[in-house]
Design a protein around this ligand. Sequence first.
Ligand SMILES: [Zn+2]
Length: 498
Amino acid sequence: MTTTTRASYEDVVTRYEPVIGLETHVELGTNTKMFCACPTEFGAEPNTQVCPVCLGLPGSLPVVNRAAIESAIRIGLALNCSIAAWCRFARKNYFYPDMPKDFQISQYDEPLCVDGYLDVEVEGQTVRVAIERVHLEEDTGKTLHIGGATGRIHGATESLVDYNRAGIPLVEIVTRPVTGTGALAPDVARAYVTELRDVLRSLNVSDVRMEQGSMRCDVNTSLNPPGAEWGTRTETKNVNSLRSVERAVRSEMLRQASVLDAGGTITQETRHFQEDTGDTRSGRSKETATDYRYFPDPDLVPLAPDPTWVEELRAGLPEAPRVHRRRLQEQWGVSDHDMQSIVNAGAVELIEATVAEGASADTARKWWLGELARRANESGADLAAVGVTPAQVAELQRLVDEGKLTDKLARTVLEGVVAGEGSPTEIVAARGLEVVSDTGALTAAVDEAIAANPDVAQKVRDGKVAAAGALVGAVMKATRGQADAKTVRELVLSRLGA
Ligand SMILES: [Zn+2]
């Protein structure tokens, strides 16, 4: 293999135009599976949530889960799709050990929802991503390879299969090719998946946890010289974080450019995203639809959703996340730039909940984007998982507003909350952190500081007000930081007649 020098990203996007496409699988949060009554709870003992239908035993017959159809229609409507008046399930035939029937029930040429779109914001521009289809299918089981170093089948001594996930309802959301994004292609991919996740969350149809696999993305990427036909695409499978979606597109663009620059051709194949290096690695060569020998599933009746029902579902849709964010931005009085920071930090819902608990938007934003974002960054956790609830943040701010805590003390209290010591009020009481607001005690401390620093005191008396800082510092030290610095300063100046 020859070593080629990779062109920089900036250089690549001047010579090639990327085309991307995203296929997103979402596990629906129904209580039971797609075609049987088995429970869907995550994390159960292997092969305890199975029955003849989801194990594909001979003679068993599937029955469609109405709740899954309802969720899929609501997703289609939220993505501005048309809902088919009539459609069917199809069998997608292939052999894989985690799929006990040797076919997957899916939808092929007759999907439930078609021709929608989702608008996303990238660097102040709105990009409309066209949705080709939203269809229903069933998930496969999970294989576990044991004995190898990597957890992959290569080098493994045995493989185990868990069918608990087999038959869990999946919705697949497929975009049309997204063109014209240029250098922003990776950002558009990420923004689309982020927006889609927010839409699904607002519909309450899935827990959309990418790290648990309840939402996963296949990312298609190709490059072509400006004005030329689209290039051959690759499909990077099962990308499972927002950041990885962005990285997968970017690294595929760089890899494909280096192949094309060297006069090579791109092979149509599936690739795997490597979390550690941020690169993609070749998988199997891509099957075409004819390889799957799709045909309508003879065991299932066609779906013909009642138009009245569809209209009821449309009327019951929640406010779109984009509209919701715009309304919050207005209420909070923040700039586009600040709102973008809030969105990027994943703090919209947290600030909203903190405001609902009585804090002002300004203070809620200050806590979540300041101290708490810093802690989340340090521990590599999501802001929502930092260990403090919106109610606790609102309570902490209330103590500051009532003059019982300074900002500095409040940060100490916050440490206690993160450490699980209780509510802010409980921690203030237990650790004795309340601000010293007893004027008598403060005046005594001020007088002590003046007596101990006669030279400084004289300077202040002579009009050098800036020198008062040393006395304020001495009082703060004496009160272990539990006095309000502004009050102390006022007291110092008034005792010295300055
Ligand atoms: Zn079952």
